[in-house]
Design a protein around this ligand. Sequence first.
Ligand SMILES: [Zn+2]
Length: 205
Amino acid sequence: MDIATLFTYASVALFGLIFGSFLNVCIARLPHGLSIVAPRSRCPKCEHPIRWYDNIPVLSYAFLGGKCRDCRTRISPIYPFVEVLCSALWVAAFSRSLLSPEFVKTVTFGMLVLIVIFTDLLARRVPHAVTLFGIAVGFLFSFLVLVDSRPLGWLGSHAGMFIGGTTASVLGAIAGALAGGGLFYAALCFISPADEARNIWDSAT
Ligand SMILES: [Zn+2]
């Protein structure tokens, strides 16, 4: 591997770490309906604002020995873990598709999945802010990066229709959203329609 390639991959890994740091903010705040842009991050225990040099992905955690500088409360190792996972995601996506629409799509959905995994793990919540946003972005991406919709094409050919290209991609994305999310949502509405209606209202406002 030559120097230029090494430098490129190191840059991609660094961007992955920075976005991973932002994912931590999303994971900590979204399940509680808090803003992800303001205010600045604070220690959850002593509420001291986190200094910029204590907020450097992975490195700050290592230098501080996993403890808050002010009150010495332990910081969860999940923070640097999410940063490393995000960085690995960026490097893997880049090695597969370089800088391309596919790369943007892979890291976007990979990061949404990371948020969902960790909000579910830590707060037992899968925020609508993530799932509904993902559905909207997925729909838009299906125009740019074609979805593999061979099952749909196969069904179409049996009905004597040709479904291909962008049409197949967009229809495939809608079918995927309905099958993957719609079924669960319908089940939730069936179990407790009032609760579910209130949940989605709360998360939207
Ligand atoms: Zn503290």
